[in-house]
Design a protein around this ligand. Structure first.
Ligand code: C5P
Length: 233
């Protein structure tokens, strides 16, 4: 996998035309286009299918969670769009198994969302879960791997602890900022080099690329940083 293929760009924009303008600028300077709930509900699925048909890798950040029949059929429908990755909440084995059945023998890769990073120990306690967030992340990552998932989404801070225990399992890391740049609303950020060093396979990057004056140049700079980190590790 080349360094640019490890970059998942988050198309966090409200309108399809803005997404298309970004894709036109970025072309093949990134490996994967991620569509989240905002764009999916604004007609993004048609764009996802179009991108997949044009040979791009698409990440549908659908964060599925429902009864088994619904998760299974939704995953099967997503597989038909040609998407490369989809996210599923890794809360329980029933949900994970349903997604694995729905994927069938398609090439769709399943990624577990362990614990959303905006939740702290007090939020978990409110749900009756008396466990530090990192322990729950590790538990749900193991559950995802046991179910036959391809990987998980984890912050850069969690990636190293997960990588120690998980082999042959993809770690996809958001919250990436280059040293000395604006962190925006991301509380705990890591640099592209640190994320790769911690064992991340893919980096989810939004605003550092999408809000850059020249998004393509920003993606190329980040790819160079990933390449340097890989060659020194
Ligand atoms: O603009 P920025 O680089 O902060 O975008 C990060 C992307 O990663 C967004 O699409 C966000 O929803 C996603 N994400 C995140 N933190 C997580 C999980 C996903 O920022 N823990």
């Amino acid at each position: 996998m080349s360094p640019k293929d490890r970059i998942i760009v988050a198309l966090d924009v409200p309108h399809l035309d803005e997404a298309r303008a970004l894709i036109d600028k970025l072309g093949d300077s990134v490996g994967v286009y991620k569509l989240g709930l905002e764009l999916i509900y604004a007609g993004g699925l048609a764009l996802a299918e179009e991108l997949a048909k044009d040979g791009h890798r698409v990440f549908l950040d659908a964060k599925l969670l429902d009864i088994e029949a619904t998760v299974e059929r939704a995953t099967a429908a997503i597989a038909k769009t040609g998407a490369h990755f989809v996210t599923v909440h890794a809360t329980d084995r029933k949900t994970l198994d349903a997604a694995v059945r729905g994927r069938g023998d398609s090439a769709l890769k399943l990624l577990g969302v362990t614990v959303l990073t905006n939740l702290d120990r007090a939020d978990l306690s409110e749900q009756g879960i008396e466990m530090p967030p990192l322990a729950l992340v590790q538990e749900r990552a193991r559950l995802s791997q046991d179910a036959g998932f391809d990987g998980i989404v984890a912050s850069g801070k969690e990636a190293a602890a997960l990588r120690e225990r998980l082999r042959n399992f993809l770690i996809v890391t958001p919250g990436i900022r280059q040293a000395g740049t604006d962190v925006q609303d991301q509380a705990r950020v890591v640099t592209p080099a640190d994320a790769v060093g911690a064992g991340a396979d893919y980096l989810v990057i939004g605003r550092p690329i999408t809000r850059a004056k020249d998004p393509r140049a920003a993606a190329e700079t980040i790819a160079q940083e990933i390449a340097a980190a890989l060659s020194s590790s």
